[in-house]
Ligand binder design. Structure first.
Ligand SMILES: C[S@@+](CC[C@H](N)C(=O)[O-])C[C@H]1O[C@@H](n2cnc3c(N)ncnc32)[C@H](O)[C@@H]1O
Length: 215
């Protein structure tokens, strides 16, 4: 699948209706368990005065939580215009929209135009993208301190579940696909970008992996 087809699929799957429902869920229940695990690592490292690059941030849970803890600025790059709008709506409601730069597009296409950030996060994003090496290498290169990922565990049962999910997309003639990328490959690409594995935790289907810039 070309990346252009990927973005069409993203706009279709991460629609206005889903964005509206996700924002409603976030307002009622807060961030998900795996996002809380990611946030805990950033809180431990210190948030005050830091900046964030949130790739595929969805309704913006990571940035909304970190602004409450003293984050200075954030950039969100998202391939879904509906999710970007939902994130902006929530930021305006919380009073920090002017400190966020919103970029609509495929991160891999716009990465070269972006500055590095203290923290770079991809929460349930690399599983949406076919060319994992391009997505991980370009985003990891932009992390000055921590690089934080949430993505599916590399197990037979996660592959089976995601295979069934993809069958459903195929039956609906939707080009969007979900991927279980091998953890060892993700680790190797992060290492090539100068990042050291700091922690790996599990929450059901998900693994929450934090890398720190060496030195
Ligand atoms: C499963 S949602 C996760 C949203 C949020 N991070 C969360 O955990 O709730 C995947 C998000 O990644 C975005 N996305 C997928 N591929 C992308 C890409 N190549 N560049 C930028 N955003 C992308 C989608 O638009 C969507 O907002």
């Amino acid at each position: 699948m070309s990346c252009c087809r990927h973005c069409e699929g993203v706009e279709d799957v991460f629609s206005r209706e889903l964005a509206h429902n996700d924002l409603d869920d976030y307002r009622r229940k807060g961030a998900s368990r795996q996002t809380h695990m990611l946030l805990a690592a950033l809180h431990r490292a210190g948030v005050e005065g830091r900046n964030l690059l949130d790739v595929g941030g969805g309704v913006g849970a990571i940035q909304h939580e970190l602004f409450a803890a003293g984050l200075n600025a954030a950039t969100q790059v998202d391939a879904s215009s509906a999710y970007l709008a939902a994130s902006q709506e929530e930021a305006a409601r919380r009073g920090h929209a002017e400190r966020v730069t919103y970029i609509h597009g495929n991160f891999v296409d716009v990465a070269d135009t972006l500055d590095s950030a203290d923290y770079v996060t991809l929460d349930r994003v690399i599983c949406c993208y076919p060319d994992m090496p391009a997505l991980v290498s370009r985003s990891a290169a932009r992390a000055r301190h921590l690089y934080a990922l949430v993505y599916p565990r590399d197990r037979w049962w996660s592959r089976l579940g995601i295979h069934l999910l993809n069958l459903n997309f195929w039956l609906r003639r939707n080009p969007f696909r979900v991927f279980v990328h091998p953890s060892a490959q993700v680790d190797a690409i992060a290492a090539q970008a100068g990042l050291k594995l700091h922690s790996r935790q599990f929450a059901g289907l998900w693994q929450v992996v934090i890398y720190a810039r060496a030195g």
